[in-house]
Design a protein around this ligand. Sequence first.
Ligand code: SF4
Length: 311
Amino acid sequence: MQVFTKRYRPFGRFLKELFGVPVYKIPLDAGFTCPNRDGTTGRGGCMFCSNPSFGPFADRAVPLEEQIAAAVTRLRRRRSGDIRFLAYIQSYTGTYGPLEKLQKIYDAALSHPDVVGLAIGTRPDCVPDPVLDLIQGYATRRHVWLEYGLQSIHDRTLKRLNRGHTAGQFREAVARTRQRGPDIFIAAHVILGLPGETAADAVETARALAEIGVDGVKIHHLQVIRGTALEHEWRRGRVAVLSPAEYVRWVCDFLEHLHPEMTIHRLVGEVLAGDLLAAPRWDLPKSRLLDWIDRELERRGTFQGARLSRG
Ligand code: SF4
């Protein structure tokens, strides 16, 4: 079997270089809600949103410490050798609440001795300065990522998705985070194949992220989850989903326009099991898609950042 050297910078490798051992993210549900659901920013949430599908292992009824302990046991059973963990506040908006509540949650997430750091998923409109100050306090002592849901740099798409924030708010949130120095690592979440978007639109998002200067990017393919507004649109033929071959081309185009230093947190959305997923039903293991992405970059003779400066 031919072995490919990665032509992009995987987050796992970045963590291993930093900590000397493999580090695995533990998705947690800390009981947050979201301002785009509770009426503060909007109601109904983003058209694709289905939090049960984001973190199927996490259960908000279970205390964070127990969620972490269970995940550590599960991961240790599957992986041999010395490993460590990053606590990931994944479900809903992980900065949405009073400071005391946030502090309690982040402290609990970091309390396990083998948890080396924290990743917090949030929205660009949900990081007031006191919250960034709090996170900065952790980042001076521990490894901390702040992960902003962006999905697209195009305001017309954000509006169609009912995101409830603009690309300008994302730029502003990243700038305010950066003002606090280099301790907080910043990631952006992006979906490829969003309603109404072309491959060129996705490339513009990649170029914007390179220009804004985030440290990492998490890339998903658009998945239609049952019960979402997106499913309603898809069933009426108003939204198309990508084929695996299209996705491989799109994601390679996207990688070619990112900065080579950015870490790639994910290249393909978790392929959901059971009845949650309406489309696309690719029926492929994730490893196969990752392999095809490697091969496509190899075939092109390109790599992450290859087309960043020449457009
Ligand atoms: S911001 Fe996140 S949690 Fe809130 S509705 Fe959108 S996808 Fe769901």
